[in-house]
Design a binder for this molecule. Structure first.
Ligand SMILES: [Zn+2]
Ligand SMILES: [Zn+2]
Length: 129
């Protein structure tokens, strides 16, 4: 893949671009797939046809709609429903157990809810919380 800010080639597992220091996936100047410059506001790369616009946002929450996930988290989060939606089975089960045993599922869900709204929620299917 390529840095979307400066167009330099980078490894898939790099968190930031070593050339310009911008986080992986941020920037709209270059195609992450082929590294060619893309026109400002273009939705697809004209060189390879891959979608470029808002690629970061479409990956957020595994591409699920943020408002939908936030609402489900708010109303059903204590049962981990939003976690199951995102494929985070372990987190979901922990929430159910926490709700049934100590009533803490709602607090965990509230934390998730705030993170979702602040664009800080990280989908991690191996994490427990
Ligand atoms: Zn860069
Ligand atoms: Zn391309």
């Amino acid at each position: 893949m390529f840095c979307k800010n400066c167009g330099k080639e980078m490894n898939d597992n790099q968190a930031i671009c070593l050339s310009c220091g911008v986080k992986t996936g941020e920037g709209t100047s270059f195609c992450q797939n082929c590294g060619n410059p893309v026109a400002p506001g273009a939705e697809v790369c004209l060189s390879c046809g891959v979608a470029v616009k808002n690629a970061v946002n479409s990956q957020y929450l595994n591409g699920k709609d943020k408002i939908t996930v936030a609402l489900i988290c708010f109303f059903l989060g204590g049962l981990g429903i939003h976690n199951f939606m995102l494929g985070e089975t372990k987190k979901g089960i922990i929430k159910i157990v926490a709700s049934l045993c100590v009533g803490l599922g709602g607090i965990l869900a509230l934390i998730d809810f705030i993170k979702i709204l602040c664009d800080k929620y990280v989908v991690d299917q191996n994490a427990l919380f």
